[in-house]
Design a protein around this ligand. Sequence first.
Ligand code: PMP
Length: 365
Amino acid sequence: MPQILDNALGAVGNTPLIRLDNIKRELGLKCNLLGKVEVTSIGGSVKDRIAKAMVEAAEKDGTLIPGKSIVIEATSGNTGIGLAMACAIKGYSVVITLPEKMSLEKEAALRAMGAEVVRTPTEAAWDSPESNIGLAKRLAAEIPHGVILDQYRNPNNPLAHELTTGPEIIEAVVSTPSTTAHPSSGKVDVFAAGTGTGGTITGVSRAIKRTGHNKSCIILGVDPVGSILALPESLNTTGSGEAYIIEGIGYDFYPPVLARDEEHISSWVKTSDDESFVAAGRLMRSEGLMVGGSSGSVLAGTIKWFEESEEGRRIKETEGANVVILLADGLRNYIGKKWFIDMAMNSKPPQVRELLTKILGRDPS
Ligand code: PMP
C-alpha cells in the first residue's frame, strides 16, 4: 500500500523483475529471460542496499557517532552514491576515493549530495598506497573520527542481498503463476550477475540456496577481461591486467566478501568492453531499459553461456526455466561517456531515417 516514507532510504531496493521477451524472441530462447532492474532503487543502483545496511549496522553498534564520524570509502562510485545519500539524510560527512576511470557523472552525483571526492590512479595495484583502497586507509588513519565501512569485508554487504535482493527475486518468481503464454518452473533456475565486491552474487546465491528455494540453482559470475576474479584461473590468462572501460565489476584481488567457490558460483564467463556495450545497447533498443555498462556485460556473458556451455544450451532449450540477470545501475552514470554517445548516435532506425530523409531532403541528423 502507498504510504509516506520517513526519508529516501525507505525507497531503497524493492526493484522490479521484468521480462526481456523481445530479446528472448530475438535469441530464439525457450527459457524465460528476466531482468532485475536496480536503477529504480532511489540512488540508482544495486549498491544503495548495502550502503543503507552498512550505515544502519554501524550506527547500531556504535561505530558511527552522529555529529562526529566522517565516512570514508573506496568505491567505483555506486556504493559511494548510496553512502552519500544515506549520510546526507543522517548528517555525516563523506569522503569517497574514486579511481580516475570512473565517470564524471558519478563524481558529480557524489558532490551534489555533499560528498568530497578524491581521484586515484586507475592502474594503481589495490594494495599500493596510491590506490583508492590504499588512500582511504591513509585518510581514515589521519582524519579524526574517520570510519571506513569497508564494503570489501563488511558482512552487511552480502547480507543486504541475502535479505533483500534475493528474496525479492524469489518472491516475484514464486508469486507469478505459470501460464500458456508464460510457462514457469516456479523457481529461479539461473542467476547471473557481474562481480565487483561479489556481495550481490554471494548474497543472492545464499538466499536462493540456503533457504532451500532451489539448492541446484545455477549461479553465473560475469567478470571482465583484464580482471582476475573468474574460476578456473585459466579463464583470466587472456588479457590479464589489461585496462577495461566497464565500471563497477572486476578487480585485481579477491574481495573477502566474494564467496569464490563452486558452492556459491557454478560457472564464470569473461566479457569484453565491446560486447558489453553492444549488449547494453540491445537492452535499451529492444527492451527500452536505460541501463549501465555492467548490465550489458551480464547480458553478453549470459548469451555467451547459452551458446558455449553444455548447461547453457540445455537451459536455453528448457521451456519455463527462469534465467534472472542482474542489471546493476542506469544510464545516468554514463550519459556523457564516449561508449554511450557513440552507441546512441550511431543507432539509426533505418525505416524512419529513410522517410525523414525523403521528407526533409537531407540526412535528419
Ligand atoms: N555493476 C555496477 C555498475 C556496480 O557499481 C557494481 C558494484 N561495484 C557491481 C556491478 C557489482 O556489485 P558487487 O560489488 O555486489 O559485486
